[in-house]
Structures are given as C-alpha cells and as structure tokens.
Write a protein that binds this ligand. Structure first.
Ligand SMILES: [Zn+2]
Length: 240
C-alpha cells in the first residue's frame, strides 16, 4: 500500500522527534552498571524467557515508536511505560552488535522489540499488506515471539542517515535498496548489518543459529534472531 501524502508528512515529523529523543537519551550520564537500574520483568515475561534489553545492552537507546502517536497507525499502541523485551536467545547477538558499534563510538537504538499479538492485529488492520506488516496468524513468530527487533544506529547523539525513517513503506526501505538511497546511507545500513551479524552466520542454520542477527531484506531496520521464523504458541505477556 502506497503512503498517502498525509502519511509522508507525518513521518517527516516523526524523524525529527526521534532524532531529538535519541539525542537526549544518548546524552544521559554513562557508566551505569549493566542491568543495575532495570526492574525485573513480569512473571509472565520471565516465564516466556524474555529479558529487558537494557540488561543486555546497557547503553541502548530505547525509543519505542509504538508507545507514542509517532507511528504509521497514528495512535499509541503500547502503554507509555512499555519496555523493550526480547527473548534470551537474542541476547548474545545483541551484546556482540552493541560491542562492535561501541568500538566505533555508536549505540544501538531500539524502535521495536517484543510486540503483543493484539497489537499486531491492529497494525495489520491499519495496513493490510503482508509485504509491510506481518499478517497475524494462529501462532507467534518474529516480534510476537520476542525474537526480532527493529533497530538503527545513533552517533554522537544523532540518528545516522539510513536513507529512510522507520516504517517507511517504500522501495527505498528495503535493506539493499540503491535507487534513491545515498552511498552514505547504504554504507550505514551495511555497518548495521555487519554489527548485528557479528554473533555468527546469518540464516545459515535457521532455528539453530549461533547468535548472529539477520536483516529482513524487506526492511533495513528489522533483524531476526535465532529461530525467529519458527511458529510458536501465541504469548500473553504484558509489554510493561
Ligand atoms: Zn520489525
């Protein structure tokens, strides 16, 4: 589904807001003990094997777009205090990615992590195109299983140029797009893919990977962890 003109103008506003919020978060004092200030996850989240990503990547910038109106649906889909929960199988790959970026002076920015099933249903109702929004099914996989994340890179408090904003439903948002994507943005996307894949081979052994996170070719910001594509029972885990 092509975006309407109104959608595009909304997204431009979103980019500015995200840049500012990322800058504020990155400017916060560093040196926190890993996971030291992070409250424990809910019993349901713990039972599902979920961890708060801040215990894995202590310098992560958490900017959950779906907890704000600044998303393609236009209204908050998560509670304001939603947190970035991921399945523990993503932890080694995310830690390695953050290490690699940190050595370059950069930090990971998380736009989305675990996504409750009812939110996926609302998203598909808003954009019923499976090329851009996963069609909800009778099982959980990817974000619904806490095994995929939407991320970008912040450098000196600013989001790097990736060529499009988050949830830009255009061909330029595909991971390996070249038309309309500057050489610098293509290089930044490659840098993100390299860092996210640092934990091991991508896609070589789906469901039993060594920890590396693989980009979804349809969206430069979406990365799947080990076993992300496996169909699992739908979860009922609160996101806050
Ligand atoms: Zn995603």
């Amino acid at each position: 589904m092509r975006p309407t003109r109104r959608d595009v103008s909304v997204r431009r506003g979103v980019l500015a807001a995200a840049t500012i919020s990322a800058a504020v978060a990155v400017a916060a004092p560093a040196g926190a003990v890993p996971g030291g200030d992070v409250p424990p996850v809910s019993p349901q989240a713990a039972a599902a094997g979920f961890v708060d990503v801040r215990t894995v990547v202590p310098d992560a910038v958490i900017d959950l777009r779906y907890a704000t109106p600044h998303n393609f649906v236009g209204v908050p889909l998560y509670p304001a205090d939603a947190r970035c929960l991921v399945h523990e199988s993503m932890a080694p790959g995310l830690a390695k990615a953050a290490d690699e970026l940190r050595a370059q002076g950069d930090v990971l920015v998380f736009w989305d992590c675990y996504r409750p099933h009812d939110v996926q249903v609302r998203m598909f109702d808003a954009v019923p195109n499976p090329a851009w929004v996963a069609k909800p099914g009778p099982y959980a996989r990817s974000h619904e299983a806490g095994r995929s994340v939407d991320v970008t890179i912040a450098e000196r408090g600013q989001l790097v140029d990736m060529g499009t904003d988050f949830d830009d439903f255009s061909a330029r948002a595909t991971a390996y797009a070249t038309d309309g994507v500057s050489a610098a943005a293509q290089a930044n996307r490659a840098r993100l893919r390299t860092a996210m894949g640092a934990g091991g081979q991508e896609r070589s052994d789906p469901g039993n990977g060594s920890g590396g996170l693989a980009v979804y070719s349809g969206e430069w910001w979406h990365f799947d962890g080990p076993g992300a594509g496996v169909q699992r029972p739908i979860l009922d885990v609160p996101i806050d």
